[in-house]
Design a protein around this ligand. Structure first.
Ligand code: ADP
Ligand code: ASP
Ligand code: MG
Length: 816
């Protein structure tokens, strides 16, 4: 049995393709169930509604007629007979619609006749095409054979009557190959009926049973059942195997690729269903059977995710409900009486509230009938109220192996929490095959993607914005570019740069590593608006958003609290926030706690060296800080390593400046403020409320040059030489060297000073721009813990930022 959906039959070319596929099939016997051409059922439904309301339907009908006539002409060598047949069909339809327009109250049968017309037409076209190409096919109008009646859960097949009618039909139509109309049937009186939207999947399973088929192939426009709706999760993957139960749950919860009722007839006879792609016929697609690929270990506990939208949450709350039997029954009886179907139910064991999810168009009625049903309790105050929240989606995770696997719910809830999705209600069936959560529609796509990545169904996707593509920013972008393919392949991590901002211009981009970002930056820039940057990132609906601030700007730091509160993670080598005003620092910490976002700034001290994380580890494991001593400036380290009296100090400053080791204005280094800032960051990390003003700083810039402009300062540098030479001589006389050292004590004493250190001191033997930090703690009392290595330069700083980013990604679920 083969079934082709509307997308496989959208036009003459596609119908021809289907014909060729079937003619090439090597089964001696087969039946082909068809849907209407794509969009035709929708159009017929609209036409029926328009006629019933007295609106214009003629134009739409003429359109449909035209579309089918054109398809026939393009499809067939000799389309004459088919065109005549089409004329006759559309003439009859015209008559029916006129009658409906006149009476305004169409019966079920008249509407079903119109709604199911698409299948009559498409089956005729395919049949004519097959016959013209030499195929010996019969055509079966399912209304002649298939007998069904209405049931609460959809159409119910009268198997005996249908089998008897098919046997009769077979006598007149003994061909081994048959084209069958999907979707349509008739009732016991022979009046037309339809099987519900997407019902031709169901038709295929029914006819497979009636024709005693061995397999059902459902041909559609995607590679089988995917792990999620590909329109919402582009990374969704094809599932090789599903059990009937898994397929039912996925279909029931909205995976449109297969109609939920399809499984019942197949299950009854153990018929395998194969979901295949008409446009990729060589691909195996998805096999649905009793085993569902149970022996293969390839899949995790969750096979797929679905999203059901346009729902509403209706809940009844009241202290008077506690321990009162029959409340739930009354809720459901009231909804049932109003013919409102309940999508999801959840009740806490406190029995204080009962929460149901219904379709959004039913929510106002649900509200009214519950108010009515509980009017007495509402009046007496036993029930506080009935709440309705529209704009709800239900996200469901489905998989047989969820049963008995602990932690699946935690994985789902964790992923949603990290993606800042608020869960309104939860339900898990006792079969443990499905966990459903009700969430706001505005968060649904992000939630679906986050959950999809959390179950390893697709990579963890993170939207990134980089501010300040200067030295460090540029190095970071280059490092990212080089690492992206490997991260995607090995770590299941997909980092997407969505914005690149300088202080004036922002480039919105979609950078995935293969493009040259310097070129991308030429794309249409918009004026930088730091507040809008956060919104832009969140609007991408990616599960996670990160802003990397590689600027040295205080203005950018001003935005951290807002970004963090909105759930955007912030990573930075910028010292402004860490060493800036205490109120802002507290606001950042507060926002971080509230928004659930992380703030990481390892590269603010010691560039790529693990200075802050080491301090955190010490403190988090319960150690107590006694003191931190450090060489925290790569620039000053280099200067004093080099300064041995053979070259004047001013010469060395000029050389360092030329080599790019200093800030553009070397006074930023020589003033000691940069070191003081780092010390403040470390002090705050250690829990001390320190500010820059609390640090005792011995600057090296002579008073005369402090307020000069930069050129004047560079010109007057020689003023440094005499005092520095004197300091060096004095140190030498004691067998010491000069080093610019920062020291923080547990009591909050903090100072950065030029010191004379003995020749055998650890700080006396550092190389080039090495930083060195000594942590003296309770555990490391006698011999401090030392972190040492190159502490300046764009590459190592960028690497520090990058490792913060990866640590964050790993905490969000990447496999690092
Ligand atoms: P047909 O016309 O063949 O019946 P449908 O449009 O009814 O096709 O169903 C196929 C479509 O279902 C796909 O194109 C896809 O966009 C959508 N879809 C939604 N969820 C899923 C899923 N989990 N797996 C595959 N497709 C899905
Ligand atoms: N043509 C019908 C519909 O659009 C049935 C189907 O496509 O399965 O609902
Ligand atoms: Mg379908």
């Amino acid at each position: 049995m083969h079934k082709f959906g509307g997308s496989s039959l959208a036009d003459a070319g596609r119908i021809r393709h289907v014909g060729e596929l079937m003619l090439a099939a090597d089964e001696p016997r087969h039946a082909v169930v068809v849907s209407a051409m794509h969009g035709v059922t929708d159009a017929f439904i609209a036409i029926g509604d328009a006629a019933a309301c007295g609106d214009d339907w003629q134009a739409a009908l003429a359109n449909l007629r035209q579309r089918h006539v054109e398809a026939a002409e393009a499809l067939l060598e000799d389309s004459h007979a088919t065109r005549q047949w089409l004329d006759q069909q559309f003439q009859e339809l015209d008559d029916v619609l006129r009658a409906i327009a006149l009476l305004r109250q169409p019966g079920h049968a008249a509407l079903a006749r119109i709604h199911g017309m698409g299948e009559i037409l498409s089956s005729h076209l395919l049949h004519a095409c097959l016959r013209e190409r030499g195929g010996d096919y019969a055509r079966l109008d399912a209304r002649e054979v298939l007998r069904v009646r209405h049931g609460e859960l959809g159409a119910i097949v009268d198997w005996d009557a249908s089998a008897a009618r098919l046997a009769e039909w077979r006598q007149a139509n003994p061909q081994l190959r048959v084209v069958v109309t999907g979707f349509i049937a008739s009732d016991a009186d022979g009046q037309p009926m339809v099987l519900g939207r997407n019902g031709s999947d169901f038709s295929a399973a029914i006819f497979a049973s009636l024709f005693d088929a061995d397999e059902v192939h459902i041909w559609t426009d995607v590679d089988g059942v995917l792990s999620a709706d590909p329109r919402l999760v582009p990374e969704a993957v094809s599932l090789p195997a599903l059990s009937y139960q898994e397929a039912c749950e996925l279909a029931y919860f909205g995976a449109k690729v297969i109609h939920p009722q399809t499984m019942t007839p197949a299950m009854a006879r153990g018929l395998p269903l194969l979901i295949r792609n008409t446009f990729n016929p060589g691909f195996a697609g998805t096999r649905i059977d009793a085993e569902g690929g149970a022996d293969s270990d390839a899949s995790g506990p969750v096979k797929g995710l679905t999203l059901n939208s346009a729902l509403a949450l209706v809940s009844l709350e009241g202290a008077g409900l506690i321990g009162v039997p029959g409340t739930a029954e009354r809720v459901f009886a009231a909804l049932h009486a109003a013919r409102i179907s309940v999508v999801m139910i959840s009740q806490g064991s406190s029995e204080h509230s009962i929460c149901t999810v219904v379709r959004e168009p039913d929510s106002a009625r649900a509200h009214a009938v519950l108010l009515d049903a509980f009017s007495r309790e509402l009046a007496s105050g036993q029930v506080q109220g009935v709440q309705v929240v529209d704009g709800i989606c239900v996200l469901a995770a489905v998989g047989d192996r969820m049963a008995g696997t602990p932690g699946v719910a935690a994985q789902l809830f964790g992923a949603l929490a990290r993606a800042r999705v608020n869960i309104r209600a939860i339900a898990q069936g006792a079969s443990e095959r499905n966990i459903s959560v009700a969430i706001a529609t505005s968060e649904a796509t992000r939630a679906l993607r986050a959950a999809h990545a959390a179950f390893w169904l697709s990579p963890q996707t993170i939207a990134l914005a980089v501010i300040g593509p200067g030295n460090v920013g540029a190095a970071l972008l280059d490092q990212l570019q080089a690492a992206l393919p490997r991260l995607r392949r090995d770590a299941n991590l997909d980092l997407r740069l969505r914005a690149l901002a300088t202080s004036s211009k922002t480039w919105h981009c979609e950078f995935r590593g293969s493009e040259e970002w310097r070129v991308r930056m030429q794309a249409e820039p918009v004026t930088t608006d730091l507040a809008a940057l956060g919104t832009h990132l969140l609007d991408t609906h990616m599960p996670h958003a990160v802003i990397v601030d590689c600027s040295a700007s205080n203005t950018v730091a001003e935005h951290y609290p807002a970004w963090l509160a909105a759930g955007i993670h912030v990573i930075t080598p910028n010292k402004q926030a860490g060493a800036g005003p205490l109120e802002r620092y507290s606001a950042i910490r507060e926002a971080r706690t509230h928004g659930g976002a992380r703030f990481r700034y390892e590269a603010t001290v010691g560039a790529g060296l693990p200075v802050i994380s080491t301090l955190r580890d010490l403190l988090d494991t319960g150690d107590e800080l006694i003191a931190i001593d450090g060489i925290l400036s790569g620039t000053l380290a280099w200067l004093f390593n080099k300064f041995d009296g053979s070259t004047p100090f001013s010469e060395l400053v000029r050389e360092a400046h030329a080599l790019g080791y200093t800030e553009p204005d070397p006074r930023d280094d020589l003033s000691g403020m940069d070191v003081a800032r780092k010390l403040v960051i470390l002090a705050r990390e250690a829990g001390l409320s320190l500010s820059l003003a609390d640090v005792q700083v011995q600057g090296l810039v002579p008073d005369t040059l402090r307020d000069a402009d930069r050129d004047a300062f560079m010109a007057g540098l020689a003023a440094l030489d005499a005092p520095m030479q004197a300091a060096l001589d004095a140190a030498r006389a004691k067998g010491c060297v000069l080093r610019y050292v920062a020291r923080l004590e547990a009591n909050g004493n903090a100072k950065v000073t030029l010191q004379e250190l003995p020749n055998d001191h650890a700080f006396a033997h550092l190389r080039l721009t090495d930083n060195c930090v000594q942590f003296t703690t309770h555990r490391y009392r006698d011999n401090p813990l030392v972190v040492q290595g190159p502490g300046a330069g764009p590459d190592v700083t960028a690497a520090g930022v990058f490792s913060d980013l990866l640590r964050l990604a790993s905490s969000l679920g990447a496999r690092l």
